[in-house]
Design a protein around this ligand. Structure first.
Ligand SMILES: Cc1ncc(COP(=O)(O)O)c(C=O)c1O
Length: 406
């Protein structure tokens, strides 16, 4: 077992299958973070030696991120994570305009959807492109939504709940043909699978550190040279005036290291997580033959499995599993009631189907042994729930804790 695996077993004696919510920090990454906290004492904006040394650290890390996504380091801006990068990309392009039209998809993360809703409240127009039953945006449908004043298209690279990969290269071509800016929220894909080189398909790309073994509260935004974008925060001129505030140097060091590791281990990571994901589905299917996969069979992240399990409530299942297997559902808790995942509903699932769906997302540190154990625990718990056939498995089931989409 890996060092992280051993450590995790001591801290949390459970199987962690919620790597789309966040990933455990890689030991090489926390070494980089701690070293930076100890070593990097200067302010990177200072011209004295300690300041210049820290500036060098930041610029080296920027090059590391650039190497992972295939862009020039000057096109990267460090932020506090995916939510900020998405806000900066969308608001930064749209706010200087009086009235703009934006196209996004109906299955985006709230950090895109809520920004779009806010823009609508300010008088801008937004089209929410639908997805098909596989959870995929259809580029032809999206093209139909283009108007004369369409300024921006924002579509995620992979969906956080289903892992379904969106046809971003094709959408990028359409955007380019029409002179429309294209933003891609790649929060869930970066570090999990190779992406096409950034400058080949998008004008802006959201990068999130904690989804691939880096520190939380850290991210970046790729902005292609020449893209018209304004800051959303105002202050001193950090990050070439686009994102003011003294840089989070230790976490930048962590992100840089996470990128280096991702480049080094990418092939192995994709292979390992694909094997585990498929083994998990196959073990579960043997024990529970009526389960079904949500989302496209092949066009999805190597680590993500979203399944519906007839006759149970995913909320109840997760409650029973919670000290043994960590997983999640896309349903949210509002006013004490479970509401089905909007992503699964967009794909055409009924309330009951959506409320019986769980997301299992494996990571680089999971082992086949853990996967087999998790599959046995999950299927035994499902059988127990089915036997109990509790009426609380109904769609309007009560819940205790508020939840958020991750
Ligand atoms: C697709 C997607 N975009 C954006 C975010 C937000 O990232 P952060 O948690 O760094 O704000 C997430 C996080 O769950 C995500 O899954």
């Amino acid at each position: 077992m890996s060092y992280t695996g051993i450590l995790r077993d001591i801290i949390f004696p459970m199987i962690y299958l919620d790597n789309n919510a966040t990933t455990p920090v890689d030991p090489e990454v926390y070494d980089a973070v701690f070293s930076s906290l100890r070593r990097d004492i200067g302010n990177p904006s200072s011209s004295h030696l300690p300041g210049r040394r820290v500036r060098e650290v930041i610029e080296t890390c920027r090059e590391g991120v650039a190497a992972l996504i295939g862009c020039r380091s000057q096109e990267l801006y460090f932020t506090s994570g995916g939510t900020e990068s998405n806000n900066l990309a969308i608001l930064g392009c749209v706010m200087p305009h009086k009235k703009a039209h934006i196209i996004t998809s109906a299955i985006e993360h709230p950090s895109v959807l809520q920004v779009c809703r806010h823009l609508e409240s300010l008088g801008h127009e937004v089209t929410y492109a639908p997805v098909d039953a596989d959870g995929m945006v259809r580029p032809a449908e999206l093209s139909k939504a283009i108007r004369k004043h369409t300024l921006l298209i924002s579509v995620m690279h992979s969906n956080n709940e289903t892992g379904v990969l969106q046809p971003v290269e094709e959408i990028g071509r359409i955007a380019k043909e029409h002179g429309i800016l294209f933003h891609v929220d790649a929060a869930q894909s970066i570090g999990k699978m190779p992406l096409p080189p950034a400058d080949g398909f998008a004008d802006m790309i959201t990068i999130v550190s904690h989804k691939f073994y880096g520190p939380k509260g850290m991210g970046a935004l790729y902005v292609r040279n020449g893209t018209k974008i304004s800051p959303v925060l105002y202050g001193a001129g950090h990050e070439k005036g686009l994102r003011p505030g003294t840089e989070n140097v230790a976490c930048i060091a962590g992100l840089g290291k996470a990128c280096q590791i991702a480049i080094r281990d990418m092939k192995l990571r994709v292979y390992h997580t694909t094997q585990l994901r498929d083994a998990l589905f196959s073990e579960l299917r043997t024990a529970l033959p009526d389960i079904a996969l949500n989302g496209h069979k092949t066009q999805r992240l190597p680590n993500t499995l979203n399944i519906r399990i007839p006759g149970i409530s995913s909320h109840e299942l997760l409650e029973k599993l919670r000290d043994r297997v960590a997983a999640s559902t896309g349903s949210a808790c509002h006013a004490g009631k479970q509401t089905p995942s909007a992503v699964l509903k967009e794909m055409g699932l009924s309330d009951a189907e959506a409320l019986s769906s769980v997301r299992l997302s494996v990571g680089k540190d999971n082992t086949l042994e853990e996967i087999k154990k998790a599959a046995a625990i999950i299927s035994d718990t499902v059988q127990e729930l089915r036997k109990a056939a509790s009426p609380s498995a109904a769609p309007d089931q009560a819940c205790a804790l508020p939840s958020q989409q991750t």
